[in-house]
Write a protein of this length. Structure first.
Length: 152
């Protein structure tokens, strides 16, 4: 599964974008400090490079997670079959989320079902945000797998 910041269909909400922007800006400030550059020097010697900023942040997340800390790193997930969803609590391991009011757990679960179905030899024929259609190749039969949240 690929992590992305922006896609054509699903987008980050305003709080997610604010979080990512704040992380990028603080990471850039940190790197300027490490390099001992003032604002003018930084523009010339260390121009903004999102690839470097994300790499530094991803390494920081790796280290913090290895030490047992949960880190809010908002993203859009893209499965191999093209299903998209915003990051969810079950993936990030945070106890709560300050970036999202509504989670896309159903889409995440369907993405996992699609991946497992493809690994087991089923062909993904289509679907929507609540279902996936798979074809069993030996019988050439199609099946619809639906997901619906159970009311509390």
């Amino acid at each position: 599964m690929e992590k992305m910041r922006k896609t054509g269909e699903i987008e980050m909400n305003e709080k997610m974008v604010e979080r990512v922007d704040a992380i990028d800006n603080l990471t850039y400030s940190y790197l300027k400090e490490v390099l001992e550059l003032d604002e003018t020097e930084a523009e010339e010697k260390f121009p903004w490079n999102i690839e470097i900023l994300r790499e530094v942040f991803e390494q920081a997340v790796f280290i913090l997670c290895r030490q047992g800390y949960a880190v809010c790193d908002p993203y859009i997930a893209m499965s191999e079959n093209g299903r998209q969803y915003r990051c969810t609590l079950s993936e990030c391991k945070c106890e709560s989320c300050g970036c999202q009011d509504e989670f896309m757990e159903g889409e995440r679960i369907l993405s996992r079902i699609e991946e497992e179905a493809a690994l087991s030899g089923l062909k993904i024929m289509g679907g929507d945000h609540e279902s996936v259609i798979v074809r069993e190749s030996r019988t050439d039969m199609d099946f619809k797998i639906c997901i619906e949240r159970v009311p509390e």
